[in-house]
Design a protein around this ligand. Structure first.
Ligand code: 5GP
Ligand code: ZN
Length: 112
């Protein structure tokens, strides 16, 4: 499968890894939108949140926990934002499920 994030997980495309375990992998976004901008992805290829099924429930929870763990390690005690862009209207551009962890600045609401 020609998936950039799968290649990053496999180490075929370089990235700055910040977390990895048996289920997930996290790395710095190449085009950061905040002082801390990390992408948290499942090792398993899942196209988007919309493509996740009932069997993926524990995995989804694990990724959310991993994001919180990374935020703690990054010292984001003032808060942060988790974003999961999903599908065309959601602004998803990379077709491998990913959580954005954004922090280190004040976020605005609603997002654009
Ligand atoms: P989306 O728009 O799908 O929610 O987010 C995709 C994110 O992946 C974007 O923030 C973009 O900067 C990031 N990205 C795209 N290609 C690469 C890459 O090759 N390496 C890294 N580290 N990030 C990437
Ligand atoms: Zn993939």
């Amino acid at each position: 499968m020609n998936c950039t994030f799968c290649k990053i997980i496999e180490g075929k495309i370089p990235s700055t890894s910040v977390f990895q375990d048996e289920l997930g992998f996290a790395f710095a976004d190449i085009n950061p939108k905040a002082p801390v901008h990390v992408l948290v992805v499942p090792r398993e290829h899942i196209g988007s949140l919309a493509a996740a099924d009932k069997d993926n429930r524990a995995l989804l929870g694990h990724l959310l926990w991993a994001a919180a763990e990374i935020a703690r390690k990054k010292g984001l005690a003032n808060g942060y934002r988790i974003v999961v862009n999903t599908g065309q209207d959601g602004g998803q551009t990379m077709d491998h499920l990913h959580l954005h962890l954004l922090g280190g600045r004040m976020m605005t609401w609603p997002p654009g």
